[in-house]
Design a protein around this ligand. Sequence first.
Ligand code: ADP
Ligand code: MG
Length: 684
Amino acid sequence: MTLDLYRIPVKDVHGVKGKKPEELLALGISTVGELLDYYPFRYEDYTLRDLTEVKDGDKITVQGTIVGAPQLQMYGRVKSRLTCKMMVDKLFVTAVWFNRHYLKDQLKTGEDIVLTGKWDQKRLHLTVSESEFPGKGTSQIGTLQPVYSVAGAITQKWMRQTMKQALTQYGGMIAEVLPQELLDKYGLMARKQAVALLHMPGTMEEGLRARKRMVYEELFLFQLKMQAYRALNHDRADGIAHPLDLPGVRAFVRALPFTLTGSQKQVLAEILHDLQQPYCMNRLLQGDVGAGKTVVAAAALFAVVKAGYQGALMVPTEILAEQHKRSLERLFEPYGIQVALLTGSLTARQRREVLGALQMGLVDVAVGTHALIQEDVFFRSLGLVVTDEQHRFGVNQRSILRRKGMNPDVLTMTATPIPRTLAITAFGDMDVSTLRELPKGRKPIKTYAVTHDMLERVIGFIRREVEAGRQAYVICPLIEESEKLDVQNAIDVHAQIQFAFPQFHVGLLHGRMAAAEKDEIMREFSENRVQVLVSTTVIEVGVDVPNSTMMVVYDAHRFGLSQLHQLRGRVGRGEHQSYCVLIADPKNEVGKQRMKAMTDTNDGFEIARRDLELRGPGDFFGTKQSGLPDFRIADMVTDFEVMEQARDDAAGMVKQPEFWTGAGFGMLREFLRRENIFDSELLD
Ligand code: ADP
Ligand code: MG
């Protein structure tokens, strides 16, 4: 047995004495193990930089020659401003020190000096935070120094020294926790090496590799806890074990007008497996726009209906409900499966009829909006609930619907790994299936960001597509919090476009129209009786008209990235080359970055990542309500994919019988024991 560093008090590290153990305790550190796990949150880069290559506002380290006499101004006894002219990379630079008057005598004309500070490009000022005179003390030049979160009497410098000391004394005893197979699988370095490099990386690259290893470890252990807990609690068999007719489902899939992608097949297999188990499925299906989630859901609904249960498909808008109802009807017709629509715009009588049919089991699949979950809706035997674009639904809405059935299985589909998705993944109460590939033959959508003065050319572009037999969407500016202005915009743009294309039918769609009107326009568009559809964002999610190849978005900088990506996903659904033109005059950096992200990539996962980055995770995680776990080193947003890998690895591991008994997993079981997984009922 290796020495357990988590049992050695931190005062055993040389130099940790007096009040220091107490101060460390305030940071949550009482043992050597905890000290070594106290990672820096960034590195200070003391590599020498070339002034011609740095940006305004950068924190940099440069070497220069003093070329003028220092000037000192005192404000009172301690406050001061010291300046000195320097020659750095052929530039005359003014170095500025605040409250370091004592440095004045050390600044000698003609001598070299290394300064670290914040660079002001305009004024050629460097506001110095650290100065190094050649030949004095230990040099930091060319190194990376860890920056820790410190407080009280614990200074950055002391922490760096103490960490170094702890590594010297105990670094060799750091034990591996991850099984070798996982290290090999991801090419991760040993824990011993990772901890050392994390605190003292030679290069940024080394620091990042060390971080990668520790991120994986942290997320893996987190997921292992979750998965072990699930495994130990899996006898709660209060769900439906659907008696599936698998050959029947296979025949249904074979009869589709296309072959499923490998991803779709795999995901469907995961769902079918879950449906047959006696516990409740709670699965998240995520895939980029156009990845083909709907048909997977359809096959799952088919399977459940064939097993004698009813299904429900809940979507955020009436247009979508209508569209899904039509496509499900088309798919299910040969099998005599009854599909009904339940939306807010049914007449009282229609509604009563649908409700009756649901309750008596005359309807097999109900498609609807929020109307599906009102109090008076009852199913005879609800076996599966699918929600599309789940971020439009609140968690409790889903649970209301769930309570109406006999613990139905739940499949949630989303095109964006949104924060709640992160949360759900993090808490592990959902299994995640991901469609990673798009159906074959899809050509990446060509995206252009243009300014408003190019409108003429954009209209010419639309004309070219429409004359070639294709269709186009034109999305109107979004005026926050004013549907009325949105509508007015749409009406104006519609008039403008119709004027430009007298020979084509230009449709108009907005939120103030009656549902029946909207449906009519959508039907006309999907049947190519309307060639150009001018719309507000009611169009946004899920609409599927494969002949449309052009998406034009006015004032694109006003839309969020995920929203733009969703909009773009309305085209590129057929075999024709598709285009997305974003008309925007972004005033700020975020707007510019959004346009850049859109033209850079077609990958929804990458878009979602950049979206979160631009909005700043603080927007989501800063608030208490998120309740997300605090990771020491992993980042919920940027490390999301690692989280998913870790989850799969952990889930696979607890399924192996050797995990619970084998010697190779002793460290991991020890970890679970420390986390009270074996005795506690509730996991925090
Ligand atoms: P999303 O994942 O965005 O909901 P959809 O389910 O609307 O995507 O599918 C997008 C389009 O791709 C639809 O027209 C659908 O019929 C088509 N599709 C789905 N799966 C395949 C496939 N395996 N091969 C070809 N086309 C497919
Ligand atoms: Mg969809």
